[in-house]
Design a protein around this ligand. Structure first.
Ligand SMILES: [Zn+2]
Length: 202
């Protein structure tokens, strides 16, 4: 899980798998197209980071892209589903102060306050300061991908039970042992991406 402290009001629970095909079909203002562009850029950024600084603690993996379904995981033994879904459980996750929660097949997110358009108005695309850019999106995607690849966190029933047992008795968030690597690599990625942006701006 990933900490998030935006106060959310007037929520309505949604249940949808976020996909470029659906985003493309959203009428007006090109918000859907912009979201797809940021999403694709974030994947290039994560793959570039993994190329430059592959975390020694993890098996090799990269992110792939399909214009219809969105991202998936590329692993040494083949490809693996890595979807994002905005679900009622994601709503609960967000209400508990988190952005997203990992699954074996990807991760769930929740709707944001103005949740009119579930494909766009959710904690995958919306950060603390509005629509996420590629760096912020990349950090979130990488964090959740690490849970799936490692595997750690709530990816599967028994791992989920163990995760919550620990969280209830010893506390959740960044202090949770299942979160240590995901947060550490996410931070490394954000530092790397910030440095990369500084060099590009020169
Ligand atoms: Zn996490």
């Amino acid at each position: 899980m990933r900490l998030f402290s935006l106060a959310l009001l007037g929520l309505t629970a949604c249940s949808t798998v976020i996909s470029p095909a659906e985003l493309q079909a959203i009428p007006g203002e090109n918000r859907g197209i912009q979201a797809i562009e940021s999403w694709k850029q974030s994947i290039s950024l994560v793959n570039e980071f993994l190329e430059a600084q592959a975390p020694a603690e993890l098996p090799w993996f990269r992110l792939g892209w399909s214009d219809r379904h969105g991202m998936f995981l590329v692993r040494e033994d083949g490809v693996q589903s890595f979807r994002v879904a905005c679900t009622p459980w994601g709503w609960l996750v967000v209400k508990s102060g988190f952005t997203a929660q990992e699954r074996s097949w990807g991760f769930v997110v929740g709707p944001t306050a103005d949740g009119e358009q579930p494909q766009l108005d959710n904690t995958f695309f919306q950060g603390l300061f509005g629509m996420r850019g590629p760096q912020s999106l990349g950090g979130l995607i990488l964090h959740e991908a690490i849970h799936t690849v490692q595997p750690s966190g709530t990816v599967g029933f028994f791992r989920g039970l163990r995760y919550y047992w620990w969280a209830i008795w010893k506390g959740g968030g960044e202090a949770h042992p299942d979160e240590a690597l995901a947060y550490a690599v996410e931070r490394r990625f954000l530092d790397w991406a910030a440095e990369r942006a500084r060099i590009e701006d020169r």
